[in-house]
Design a protein around this ligand. Structure first.
Ligand code: FES
Length: 304
């Protein structure tokens, strides 16, 4: 029974009209509660999905939460459309220009009820916004997590520090007598054997001290030089030492670095030299780092 029908004066007695309105109002309230409940369940499931994802993820649980969240939103929207939106066709016959007093009273009562319903619909709209908003935010989680852990200071410093002992990948100490002239090996700081960002190529172009640049007078004792193996172009390991030309070659894009001038790039796309590790030799002949690298290793990045 629509408001228009009251205006037509064809809806029977005022008492019947009032009873019909009451039952309509009760049905509408039930539908509104159901819609609000559906959106609320969807919201809770979305939060569950986000928490599960954040703490490490569990495929079955995430699937269940996603299912409930979508079903909640779907059921809420469908029920809203089916039970709370007025359905036509609406016919208004205007036999009289003025309604009777009873009809006018019934109309005002209906109008008042309508304004209450409008208030409740506002609440439903907010619930819908809440569940859809939470669902949209949760969809960002996989993207954020795909960015990986926050690098922190890892892009700026390695595990090389003052007095780090130079060791091979199996942890044995490197001695000043280990390499012949022209030899090369991959080394690490003790305790971080095998760490990709700490790998250093140790080479020995001569047996006497080598100064690659001003300010590095003591960095190459007994002809030992050490450079980060992480290429400054795209991060590949620079592993090939060409003794004849005194150059290091990166196999990925063929960048060449001149070791005697501090691994300056002389060919290829690498934009800057490989950082040099300052070395020293203790009284027992062990190779040690004087200090860590004086600059970040690897390719450039936006904070550099
Ligand atoms: S990564 Fe070394 S040249 Fe490209």
């Amino acid at each position: 029974m629509s408001v228009d029908e009251h205006l037509q004066g064809t809806a029977g007695s005022p008492r019947g009209v009032a009873q019909e309105h009451r039952s309509l109002d009760t049905g509408s309230k039930t539908a509104e509660r159901f819609v609000a409940l559906a959106f609320f369940i969807s919201f809770v499931a979305t939060i569950g999905l986000g928490v599960t994802f954040w703490v490490g993820g569990q495929a079955q649980l995430e699937g269940a939460f996603l299912f409930v969240a979508l079903i909640g939103i779907g059921a809420g929207i469908v029920s809203w459309g089916k039970y709370l939106v007025p359905h036509g066709p609406f016919v208004q016959e205007r036999e009289e220009l003025r309604s009777s007093d009873e009809d006018r009273a019934a109309f005002y009562a209906s109008l008042e009820r309508g304004s209450k319903q409008l208030g409740r619909r506002k609440f439903l709209g907010r619930m819908l916004g809440l569940s859809l908003g939470a669902f949209g935010i949760i969809q960002l989680f996989p993207f954020l997590r795909s960015l990986g852990p926050v690098p922190g200071k890892a892009l700026f410093v390695t595990h090389w520090k003052k007095d780090s002992q130079v060791v091979k990948v199996d942890g044995t100490a490197v001695l000043a007598s280990d390499l012949e002239v022209g030899g090369a090996m991959t080394v690490f700081p003790r305790g971080f054997e095998g760490n990709a960002l700490d790998q250093v190529i140790l080479i020995r172009p001569a047996t006497t001290e080598i100064v690659t640049r001003p300010g590095r007078e003591t960095w190459g004792p007994q002809g030992y030089l050490a450079f980060s193996k992480v290429c400054t172009h795209a991060g590949c390991p620079v592993g090939l030492y060409q003794e004849l030309t005194e150059q290091l070659l990166c196999p990925c894009h063929q960048s060449l670095f001149d070791v005697l001038t501090g691994a300056t790039p002389v060919f290829g796309p690498a934009p800057r030299p490989l950082p040099q590790l300052p070395l020293k030799i203790d009284s027992s002949g062990n190779l040690l780092a004087q200090n860590g690298f004086d600059q970040p290793i690897g390719p450039g990045f936006w904070e550099r």
